[in-house]
Unconditional design. Structure first.
Length: 108
């Protein structure tokens, strides 16, 4: 249930790729996770807004491809203003069970 605790202090080992644009304040991060239905995920943070897990992947290769696709969108200025949660982390499931709604789009 608390598999996310296994990830503490190991980001350097789990990191697949990270992209940052200081001008637009966008960070796109893809890494391995232990608390999700899929072993890899991409998250986006924009302008100090909370992270949104936008996509999960079954393999490192697919995570690298997915990361590159999100970065391409950001570099072209085509990153959607509203991002939809696409993660399945245990912590997210707990929040949903407490009444949270991860299906809504987050205005970023």
């Amino acid at each position: 249930m608390f598999g996310f605790l296994d990830m503490l202090g190991t980001y350097k080992q789990r990191k697949v790729a990270r992209w940052e644009d200081v001008a637009t304040q966008v960070v796109i991060d893809t890494c391995a996770v232990t608390d999700s239905d899929q072993p890899y995920e991409t998250g986006i943070e924009r302008g100090g807004h909370p992270w949104v897990i936008v996509q999960t992947y079954p393999s490192k290769e697919m995570a690298q491809q997915g990361h590159a696709a999100w970065v391409a969108l950001a570099e072209q200025g085509k990153l959607p203003r509203q991002l939809k949660h696409g993660g399945s982390a245990t912590l997210a499931k707990i929040l949903v069970s407490l009444g949270g709604n991860l299906d809504e789009e987050v205005d970023h």
